[in-house]
Design a protein around this ligand. Sequence first.
Ligand SMILES: [Zn+2]
Ligand SMILES: [Zn+2]
Ligand SMILES: [Zn+2]
Length: 364
Amino acid sequence: MSGNEEERLEGNTEQTPETAPVPAQNAKKTERPSKRPDVSYTPVSNGMDYLVSVFQNLTEGATPPSARNLKYTVLHLQAATEVLLKARLAHEHFSLIFADPTQATRAAWRKGDFKSCQTLDAFDRLRNIACLEIDDDDRKRIKDLGDHRNALQHYGLTHNAYAIESRAVAVLDFLITFIHKHLIPGLEAAEAHGVERTMDSFRLQLKGIEKLVRDRMNSLRSELAKVADVTVECTDCEQWALVVKAEGTECLFCHQTWDEAGGTTAAANYAWIVLGLDAHHAGIADGGAPPVVDCPECGACALVTEAVTASERPSATPLCFACGNTFSDLVDCEGGCGAVLSIAPDEEAMHMCTDCVSARYAKF
Ligand SMILES: [Zn+2]
Ligand SMILES: [Zn+2]
Ligand SMILES: [Zn+2]
């Protein structure tokens, strides 16, 4: 793909961030890359075209891909996801791709002149209305991809090559299955045939990228084995390679790092991104304990009580992202202050923190 075509593809995304699939008969009116002027661009082939670009950007340049290649990987992967999800949604009923389906009219749809729903709305409608079996992990990945695309548009590229590559693999895997299971069956024979052929090439290229990611993880295996008790899933690349230490937390796979002072942020990010727990609201809303509490060892608000380490998974292990300690004997302070204490079962200690002890006995 030439630079020009890339700019045009990107331009397409930027001008109409809520890329709406338009009916095939209207597609000629829209600006499209000119390499196949006689072919009408259906939403599906439009989405497939973005995917061709994603694979080119991931595989045809340097290893790991350059910043520019990564930028188009994220932009075009997001565009592909949006277009393909909406293509399936429009197949269910055209009104469903309107932001507000009650305002849908066939005339507006034909003209492509309407506000279309967000990508995540499309995902939810596919699940709730079209009853497709698509799962929460994929929803989360698509959300992350959208957030990442927006951050990239506004602040430039902040994620590194390994993290983008690793996360792109998961989204590509979802899309390839989605196209095969949910899109191709609704296409006319000729288009289905063309899409299926492109899919063979996508699968092959995806295997190649997956192998790169796997090889990289394999090369880290012996190093990670030594620190499995403090290794968790990375917030950035989703690999089990985030090693929590007092000197600083680092992902050996993608090199995401938090310095000594970053424990509290690392803990909140981990609880939110990996465990899906909001450090500020979740615990309070459902009456349970907050996901990140003050560490009984170092005092920092960086103890993730439900952390899952590589050595103990799937069980939870309380892990402090500031001092790197794990705990097996945490008890809640009986004073009801929400503090957790590290007291072994056979230890004869009061299950109450010093604050609660002084508050209670000050009265006497
Ligand atoms: Zn990572
Ligand atoms: Zn600590
Ligand atoms: Zn207390």
